[in-house]
Design a protein around this ligand. Sequence first.
Ligand SMILES: Cc1cc2nc3c(=O)[nH]c(=O)nc-3n(C[C@H](O)[C@H](O)[C@H](O)COP(=O)(O)O)c2cc1C
Length: 167
Amino acid sequence: MKKIGIFYGTTSGITAGIVDEIEFYLKGKEYQVYDVAEGVEEMKNLENLILVSPTYGVGELQRDWEKTFEEFKGIDFTGKVVGIVGVGNQLAFGESYVGAMRKLYDVVSRKGATIVGFTSTEGYRYEETESVIDDKFIGLALDESNQDNETPDRIKAWVEEIMPKFN
Ligand SMILES: Cc1cc2nc3c(=O)[nH]c(=O)nc-3n(C[C@H](O)[C@H](O)[C@H](O)COP(=O)(O)O)c2cc1C
């Protein structure tokens, strides 16, 4: 398998912890972690990508993702396999739960990526989200504020599912 690039943004640090957990389940695989505060240039050179953003505002991207969004939109994702991870709070922000995933999804799908790792909405208690298509989350939805006990199993299952689909 070719190298995996994990790109994340975080404002209050929770998503950095999520990335640590993802790394745990990638043991033995070749991967590199990139904070999008440093830009997304390296995305162009990688064929396997995991994109991770918490949601801010009402269903918006985290601020470092916002800052680099123009550059991100300019990337050609043809031939790349992409998994998306959203971090949010389904009780406090239940009408825009993990909305940031949709912002990432819309770009990479329009620009030719193969998107992997859609997941079941069972076990979540949000009201609304733009990050569900055909009854599935368009990536892995995590909630450290209300369901942190579920996170390790959710990540493990998701990583196992997407690994065989990477280039
Ligand atoms: C001002 C503000 C707005 C937020 N908006 C949303 C939202 O629309 N949807 C959601 O699921 N979570 C929302 N959240 C929750 C954050 O995504 C959540 O706390 C996340 O774990 C923060 O990740 P970070 O510590 O990596 O920045 C919001 C949090 C704040 C402080």
